[in-house]
Design a protein around this ligand. Sequence first.
Ligand code: PLP
Length: 434
Amino acid sequence: MTLAHDTINDLPVAQPEREALAEPLPDMPFSDRVESLPEALSIYINQLVYDLKRRGHDIVSLSLGEAFFDIPLFDFKKLDINKSYHYSDSRGIPELRGKIAGYYKHHYDAPLDAASELLITAGSKPAIFMAMQATLNPGDEVLIHEPAWLSYPEQARLVGAEPRFIPYDTPVSDFGDHIGPQTRMVVINNPNNPAGRIYSRDELLTLYTLCRQRGIYILVDEAYSDFVIDDPFTSMASLVPNKDGIIVVNSLSKNMGMSGWRVGYAIGSPPLIDRMLKLNQHIITCAPSILLYYLAQYFDQITAITLPQVRDVVEKRQRVAQMVDEAGLTRLDGSSTFYFFVSLDDFPGSSLDFSLLMLLNKGIAVVPGLAYGDSTSRFIRMSIGTESEERIRQSILIMKDAITAGTFDRPALRAKLESYGLAEFSPGADSEAP
Ligand code: PLP
């Protein structure tokens, strides 16, 4: 066999020879799709928080998308370690699928065939991406109800579809006004991050009737399904027992406080799950086997420990709701999750200005509402999952003062950002500058 080059060093553009070339080489290209992906605004803010904390600043973190639970470590030695080191079933190991199916049946009265209607993957993010990839074609439109979690529109774009948005104050009964000939999917997050809104059984039924007859999928992200304590919660999987035309995604990240384990799942009709399975096989293979075996073994013990903590968080939210209301801040209606979506009313700057003002001048981190859609750009998201009620109370009062002050010094704010050596937010090529 004759090789064109004897060794890798003989390749025409091998690294050592680059400097020797007379003409500089052009930059290597990247995909247009990825180049137009905006930086996630929530991650930008959290990155600033990490940077400031590293410099010794005390920051009240109301920007994190998590609640922290106390979860003991159960014994890994009881697992079959030989099986755990290797690839496992691409649908997710049957033992854990059985546990999740039992959970949906017991908690949400949703019948689930663990063999054919469930796919476990590495978090609900890939589950949403695979659901879109399995159902949409280039040019199809995805309708997303605002406030819209950041990754829905970007994932829709990544599969070549076009996201369209339904303003937050549109009742579900009017969603039909937004459906066009290219609409192929509607996405809702029930309960909703960031408002804490719960979609009622009637609303879900209205939506299903509207979409199914037009061949439009409904993707319901139920990532915060356990953060509902006094109000009724209806899973889309219980409303549509044969899962025809629906996709439900969920994960252990929020409900069990295990975001770092990257275990999530999709529920759908067998033909849809089969198609998503092909994607899972090519992209992920399987979620980490050892974690799946661990979760199957200790699922009941973990939920017995985490569910009371979920309840504590929602009760804390109820007390904080009272603080927000007593301070005279306006917020979107909602009783679930650990978030509040608070209006900036007459604050003279953008929601990014407000977030930077709070972070750099007051040491309070919140996420600009701009991240959740145009109709919500005059809001900020406040997460109460990780801070003490006293620090949250003080922060609410500081925010109220800033909102009503009627003025702020934008140039001074930007100068402060620069003096700390912190980056400005850089939206993607397609997105409007805030
Ligand atoms: N869906 C919503 C609404 C979320 O807020 C998040 C995380 O913030 C996710 C999904 C992602 O969850 P996972 O960790 O399962 O990928």
